[in-house]
Each structure stands twice: as C-alpha cells, then as structure tokens.
Design a protein around this ligand. Sequence first.
Ligand code: ZN
Length: 212
Amino acid sequence: MSEVIVLYDGYSVMTGKDQMSANCSCTLLKGIHNVIIDTMTAWDSQKIITALDRNNVRPEDVNYVISTHGHSDHIGNNNLFLMAKHIVGFSVSFQDEYHMHPFDKGEELRIDENVKVVPTPGHTLSDVTVLVISKQATTVAMVGDLFEKFEDIQNPSIWLEAGSEDPVQQMKNRSKVADIADWIVPGHGPKFQVTEQIRQTLKKQIGPDTPS
Ligand SMILES: [Zn+2]
C-alpha cells in the first residue's frame, strides 16, 4: 500500500477574456517507491521542496516523477528529481536513456504492486493516469487534466474549454477511470470521492452510439 499525500490542490480561474490563473494538483506517493505526480510551474520549486520536507522526503529520495502530460504547469520542476525515472505522458526516460513503452497500444506500466500508470488520452493524445492502492485499501486515481475539477462532471464545458485534443476518447477514459477509482485527484481542483451516481452520469455522457 502507498500513502497518498496531495501536496497542493490545483486550481484554475478565468481572470479575463483570454487570461487565466492556473496551477496543477501535485501529489506524493510514499510506499515501495516514492513517486511525485505533476510538478507544477517552474516557479514552484521552493514550494515543492518545502512540502516534501514536511513529509520527510528529500528530492533525491524520489524514485519516479510522473507528469500526466507535457503542459508547462505539470512539468515545471521535474529537474529537482535527478535520481528518479521520468515519465512524461507516454515518454519514459532516465538521463538520455529512453524506454519505449507501448502506452499507444493501451498497455499500462506497472511501477510496483500498488502503483501503475495507464494511458488515458484525450486532453492531449499522450495523457496518462496514475492508479494507486492507498493505505486505506482504496484506489486513488491521479488523472491530470482528464478531469479538470469535480464540477466538470455536471458541466462538461469546463473540461472541453480547458482544451481537449480528442473529446470522444477523453469522455470514454473519464468513464473508464471513474469505474475503477474510489477517489480522483483532478488536475485543477481538490480530490473527490467517486459515487455510483458519478459513474452513471459519465456513462450517459458517452451516449449509446459513439463509435469506438
Ligand atoms: Zn493542467
């Protein structure tokens, strides 16, 4: 089991017609491996170091950095973690060594018995989600911008307007992840519990005749 610690809740607010203020949720997993998921903007290094320190973790103790996708607010401090393997979307590397993992064929990447990375394209075509078995024996999904925030379940325009390179795939992957997760940590909002009602709502949004 891994301890799931959300270091910072992400947020996104429109501050003008074409301006917004946003930062991503940043999560630490402590277990067989220490994993950090989505490293905020390049201006947040001190915030991350401070939050790790509160949890008795030094940057060099982190074994994996996972950026759910390559946008600037999700990769900003990956270079704090030079002892770690880096997974950025579908790209898996350590220094200049790249490991070709077939995420594009739908294959998950297992980190250890409690943590795995699954492909969930939509927001970008190479988005991933991290699934973890928590100490409470629940499944927690760190989904990046597959879900922008809890409110986007009732109001899909929130995730659509946040940018979606493939809305049909995103819709399907939202439903797929909700079916297996007890909790979701969205890219830009606090974590929320997945209810049966949420699962039904997401399933209905796909509709009966969406081609697969
Ligand atoms: Zn984002």
